[in-house]
Design a protein around this ligand. Structure first.
Ligand SMILES: Cc1cc2nc3c(=O)[nH]c(=O)nc-3n(C[C@H](O)[C@H](O)[C@H](O)COP(=O)(O)O)c2cc1C
Length: 204
């Protein structure tokens, strides 16, 4: 379902469909469940992202409505995220391996773990769009508490949740959550972050 209201502005016209039509949905269909095959397809997209030295320094915890990880997550959501996140079909908790494990194994270049995890998340997001699903990533939760309660080891850092599901009915949510979907979608112009001859000199 494409919502004309959410169609992105100048610069997005030439993007491939799944990028152009993507946006962060805040009203999910609380009745929609994802099958294991759908969840696995999303995870395969993350699995096949490139990473520094092919280190694949990521991990995901699948928090599905009703499972233990989901129960822990919903207790630690920020106020602004506590209404909409639990309505998503699934939340992938995204973790980066930022140090070697107890046997000394780990990413060759831990500096790039954040970069690699972000890229895996982006792959998952595009895969979701191709499957007619919607994604909203979020950092507003108590990562330390969730990691502790889920037994995450110190060499992994819990960063975000990736909420995935189908679009839901605005009448079933609070005005605040419905309003989140009407937020302006604006971007900095290229000249503010793309440089040519040297730093500070806009490209073209
Ligand atoms: C790392 C990260 C953290 C985010 N944290 C939150 C959050 O806690 N709550 C929220 O509603 N949205 C959150 N977002 C969503 C962004 O606000 C959203 O992607 C941005 O406004 C651009 O909108 P768009 O995704 O619709 O293009 C987060 C996105 C990212 C990538």
């Amino acid at each position: 379902m494409t919502d004309l209201l959410r169609t992105p502005g100048p610069g997005a016209e030439g993007l491939t469909d799944h990028l152009r039509e993507r946006w962060s949905v805040s009203v999910f269909d609380a009745a929609r469940e994802l099958g294991d095959e759908e969840i696995a397809a999303l995870l395969h997209a993350a699995q096949w992202a490139p990473s520094a030295g092919n280190g694949q320094p990521w991990a995901f915890i699948v928090a599905e409505r009703g499972n233990a990880a989901h129960d822990v997550l919903v207790q630690h959501l920020s106020r602004g995220n506590s209404g909409w996140v639990p309505r998503a079909s699934v939340v992938f908790l995204a973790l980066a391996q930022v140090a070697p494990d107890e046997d000394g194994n780990g990413p060759k270049w831990p500096t790039y773990a954040y970069y690699d995890l972000g890229q895996a998340a982006a792959h998952l997001t595009v895969q979701a769009a191709s499957m007619g699903l919607w994604v909203h990533q979020f950092a507003g939760f108590d990562q330390e508490a969730v990691a502790r309660e889920l037994g995450v080891p110190d060499h992994f850092q819990l960063l975000t949740g990736i909420a995935v599901g189908a679009r839901g009915n605005h009448d079933e949510v609070s005005e605040d959550d419905a309003a989140r979907e009407r937020r302006d979608r604006i971007r900095k112009p290229l000249e503010q972050f793309v440089y040519g001859d040297r730093w500070g000199q806009p490209w073209r």
